[in-house]
Structure formats: structure tokens, C-alpha cells
Design a protein around this ligand. Structure first.
Ligand SMILES: Cc1cc2nc3c(=O)[nH]c(=O)nc-3n(C[C@H](O)[C@H](O)[C@H](O)COP(=O)(O)OP(=O)(O)OC[C@H]3O[C@@H](n4cnc5c(N)ncnc54)[C@H](O)[C@@H]3O)c2cc1C
Length: 479
């Protein structure tokens, strides 16, 4: 979650029409074309209204090659800028014809550069930005929409989707790996609101999936660049709250003992938070920001937590109850590419799980320039049995998600930043922390597939075999 105090983290990112009928009614899954793959791949017809192919010499290529993480500056052989689902299907068929691997890009915010490549074809769906409402307040979006575009569409209609806070993150990459944010403890993960998808498989077939479809289920937590390219997503939306309020407690020049005490207190009080509240513990070097947010008048526990932490902090502020659209903008973060390394630092059940290594973790964070350790609250309705059955997100019983972050200005700073980062990851690993969030990948995770997908890995391997037996669609941590 991109949570940050604007001043301290100023340079950082921390944190239509009615009756749309593209999806097959009354069917769980329907293929638009035969799923029999051409044994000898044929060159597809590439119509400019569907797809444009670019190579290095093209000016458009240079623009489309940019990713949010400047650490990755890859040069794919081709970039296929797709405008329609047919264009995506044709681009995949072209990749088969040329025997190139396919990498998928929507918002371009992958922590580890998984939406580009040096030797294949990038299917870029970022221009697919259609948005269509149905009369039941569901919203169907093209896979190229980014979060601020969604909020701009939904909030004037007093609707929300539980999703992330950073403006330029793509809804596709976020929802296909789970997706969480300020509203998730009440409304679940972003993927829990996903009702229907259009997806192109590794042979270029177009599929529409809804209801109890196993492919739809696999896309709820396991869909990032693994076995298909999602081009459209239909989401349920919810009545937006009337206001949004942020509480902050800050502490400076912390030593390990005091930071640990504050973390313990934070864990104790977050257990009692209502589902309408969210909190993040953000230790940036020796400075700690604790953020609590709420959008309900029932804020007894929020105030209890705020007061308990205020008593132990150097400074505390209660923000005013602001209109949602205005309040969310303060969490939009940096919107241009930057150098960074972010990764999951584990999902936990409680403080006891990290107690044995937390002194080492905090000492390292406090003594390392630019290293941030953040713990976010999940829990609430994320931990729903009904949602569990319909998705492959395996970590619902973990109410805490932690992450490490580091940001820098020049490539020469990278090596030392990564070394400190890896040292902290190693403390957690040695202590038995093994569960990780798919959307916060780390190229160094051992046994990453189990860490991301847990008991759902065999199910996902089956879907991979079904949709992409040639392993056309791939990235360094794909299935
Ligand atoms: C600044 C920042 C803030 C963030 N905040 C949050 C947050 O609040 N909550 C949260 O849950 N996560 C958050 N994230 C993590 C975010 O969810 C992931 O980075 C997500 O994968 C980004 O999606 P994207 O489309 O922007 O990225 P991309 O780089 O385009 O794609 C990411 C991955 O998804 C795959 N993919 C993309 N599009 C498709 C598609 N159409 N079909 C199939 N696979 C696809 C790609 O192949 C790649 O593996 C944040 C990330 C950043 C950098």
C-alpha cells in the first residue's frame, strides 16, 4: 500500500452506457473462437485499428518502453500496442508465428520489471481504457485503466471499488494479483469484486469468463502475466462513504527499543480496529509515521488507538473529515518513473510471529539510509470464506502485510541500497516468514510460487497447461 506522509515522503511513492453486453449471459465460460491452436502458426492480419507493432527505431517504442521502476530499462524485440481484444489476440498469434515469448503490460508498476523483457514481445494494453456501467452499478473497464482514472469515473457517481491508493498503478495488474487498500477490510480485496473477464490465452483465443469459471477464479490472485492477457474486467462497485479522515502519530530519532515498543502497541490496537479503519506503521530510518484512516462515525476504537499511540509519540494530528475524492488525492504519490526496490516482507498473523527477528530488522532499518519498513492492516472481510472459495489468494487468514521499500536518485546508489534490503529480507526468511503477496514480488524469494500462491499452486498449474501449454506468456516469476 502506498502510504506516506506527504511532507516526509515527498519524493517517494509509498505508498456509461447501460446494458453492456460483451459478456456471455447465463454462461460461465464461452470461447469466441475455436480453442484448437494452429499447429503451424500463421501470420495474423494486423489491422492498425486493433494493434500497432513497434520496434526500437520507432518513436512510439521509446515512449511505450518506459516503466515506473527506472531500475528496469528493458528492450523488447517488439511492443504491440493493442486497442482491442482482437488486437491482443492477433499480437499473441504474431508472437507464436515469430516464436517469441509474450510479456503483458498494463500500468507498468511491477516492482521487479515483470511487464517488460529484452527478447520477446510486450503486449501493451495501456491504451484500452473503455469504461461502461451496467444498471446494477457494475463497472466494466478496459485493462489499461489506471487507478486515478477509475476514481475519477466512480467518485462523482458516489461509487467506490476497494483498491489501491497510488494514482498511476494499473487496475489490471493490481486486481489480478489480489489488490488491497483503504476499503478492503470492509469490501474485500479488489479481486473479490471481479465478476467477469475477457482474456486472451497463449494461443490467441478470446475467452469470456464469469460465474464459477475456474479461469476467473485463477485470475483472482493468480492472473498476473501467468497464462493469459486480460483485456476487460467487470467489477461490482459500492456506495462511497461521505467522508474520509486520517490520523497520524509521528516519532523521531528512534532507537530500536522505542521503535519496537511502538510496533507492539500498534499491533495490539490494530486487532480491535473496525472494518472501516485501516492503519499503516511506516518506519523510515529513525522516523516513524503511524497512519490510521477511517470513513465511519463509529470511531471509538480508532480514537482509542490514536490516543494510546499519541501518548508514546512525539507529535500527533487528527485530520478533518474530508470529501473522499479530495482525501484520496493526498495519497496519489509520485506519478513519474523513479529508482526503487519494493517488496513484500511477509504476511503475519500477529506480532509474536516476528518477535524473534524484529530487533535485527529495526536496527538495520534505523541504521540504513533510505530503508523503509511498513506494516499494513488487512483482515476484516478479506478473511471471508465465500471470497476464499472464489479466488486463489491464499493469505486471507493473515491480517498483516509488511513491505520493505527503498528509493534513490542515482544508479550508483543501487548496490548499497539493495544489500541492506536483502539483509532485512534474510532476517525474516531465517525466522520462518514465508508467505508473500504476489503484487509485491521480490526476485530473490526462494520458492516464490509457494510463497505467492500456497495451496492454490496445483490449480494454477492446471490452468497454465489449459491456456498456455507452450509457455508463451511468461516473466521471471511466472507459473
Ligand atoms: C507506487 C506503487 C503503489 C502501489 N500501491 C498498491 C496498493 O495500494 N495496493 C496494492 O494491492 N498494490 C499496490 N501496488 C502493487 C501493484 O498492485 C502491483 O505493482 C501491480 O502488479 C501493478 O499493476 P500494473 O498494471 O500497474 O503493472 P504492470 O507492470 O503493467 O503489470 C504487473 C504484473 O501484472 C501482469 N499484468 C499486467 N496487466 C495484465 C493483464 N492485462 N493481463 C494479465 N496480466 C497482466 C504483468 O505481466 C506483470 O506481471 C503498488 C505498486 C506501486 C509501484
Amino acid at each position: 500500500m502506498a502510504n506516506y506522509n506527504r511532507r516526509d515522503f515527498a519524493k517517494l511513492v509509498v505508498l456509461g452506457g447501460i446494458g453492456y453486453t460483451v459478456f456471455a449471459c447465463g454462461e460461465d465460460a464461452k470461447k469466441e473462437k475455436s480453442d484448437v491452436k494452429d499447429e503451424v502458426p500463421k501470420m495474423p492480419e494486423l489491422l492498425p485499428k486493433n494493434v500497432q507493432l513497434y520496434q526500437k527505431a520507432d518513436a512510439e517504442y521509446q515512449e511505450l518502453a518506459v516503466r515506473f521502476n527506472k531500475r528496469f530499462q528493458q528492450s523488447p524485440t517488439y511492443i504491440a500496442q493493442c486497442f482491442t481484444t482482437q488486437g491482443v489476440a492477433d499480437a499473441v498469434k504474431f508472437a507464436r508465428f515469430k516464436d517469441l515469448k509474450v510479456v503483458v503490460k498494463s500500468g507498468g508498476h511491477s516492482f521487479e520489471g515483470f511487464s517488460s523483457t529484452n527478447d520477446g514481445l510486450v503486449v501493451d494494453v495501456s491504451a484500452m481504457k473503455t469504461m461502461e456501467w451496467t444498471s446494477d452499478h457494475s463497472l466494466t473497464v478496459g485493462a489499461g485503466c489506471i487507478l486515478k482514472e477509475l476514481y475519477d469515473e466512480m467518485l462523482p457517481k458516489q461509487r467506490i471499488l476497494p483498491s489501491g491508493s497510488c494514482a498511476t498503478v494499473g487496475i489490471a495488474g493490481l486486481a489480478l494479483g489480489g489488490g488491497y487498500g483503504f476499503f478492503s477490510r470492509k469490501y474485500g480485496l479488489t479481486c473479490d469484486s471481479l465478476q467477469e473477464i475477457t482474456i486472451v490465452d497463449g494461443n490467441g483465443n478470446i475467452l469470456h469468463e464469469s460465474g464459477n469459471s475456474a479461469i476467473l477464479k485463477a485470475c483472482k490472485g493468480g492472473g498476473n502475466g501467468n497464462f493469459g492477457i486480460v483485456t476487460k474486467m467487470k467489477f461490482r462497485t459500492y456506495q462511497a462513504p461521505k467522508f474520509f479522515q486520517a490520523f497520524r502519530c509521528k516519532s523521531y530519532k528512534l532507537d530500536t527499543k522505542r521503535a519496537k515498543e511502538l510496533l507492539q502497541t500498534w499491533f495490539r490496537y490494530t486487532e480491535k480496529l473496525p472494518k472501516t479503519a485501516f492503519s499503516a506503521f511506516v518506519l523510515n530510518g529513525k522516523t516513524l509515521t503511524i497512519l490510521i484512516t477511517s470513513y465511519s462515525d463509529d470511531d471509538k476504537e480508532v480514537l482509542q488507538m490514536y490516543n494510546a499511540l499519541k501518548a508514546k509519540s512525539d507529535k500527533a494530528t487528527i485530520g478533518s473529515k474530508r470529501p473522499l475524492a479530495k482525501a484520496l488525492k493526498t495519497f496519489y504519490g509520485v506519478q513519474h518513473p523513479i529508482y526503487f526496490k519494493n517488496a513484500c516482507a511477509g504476511l503475519y498473523k500477529d506480532f509474536a510471529e516476528i518477535e524473534g527477528c524484529i530487533d535485527d530488522v529495526i536496527s538495520k532499518v534505523i541504521s540504513s539510509r533510505g530503508l523503509i519498513y511498513q506494516v499494513n492492516t488487512l483482515g476484516g472481510n478479506i478473511n471471508s470464506t465465500a471470497a476464499e472459495k472464489r479466488s486463489v489468494y491464499p493469505h486471507r487468514s493473515y491480517p498483516y502485510l509488511s513491505e520493505l521499500q527503498s528509493y534513490w536518485d542515482k544508479p550508483s546508489q543501487e548496490a548499497s541500497r539493495l544489500a541492506a534490503f536483502q539483509e532485512v529480507q534474510e532476517y525474516f526468511y531465517q525466522h520462518g516468514i514465508r508467505a508473500h503477496y504476489r503484487n509485491y514480488p521480490d526476485i530473490n524469494f526462494k520458492d516464490f510460487q509457494t510463497a505467492y500462491y500456497g495451496k492454490y499452486l496445483p490449480e494454477l498449474k492446471k490452468i497454465k497447461q489449459q491456456l498456455d501449454s507452450e509457455n508463451r506468456i511468461q516473466h521471471p516469476q511466472s507459473i
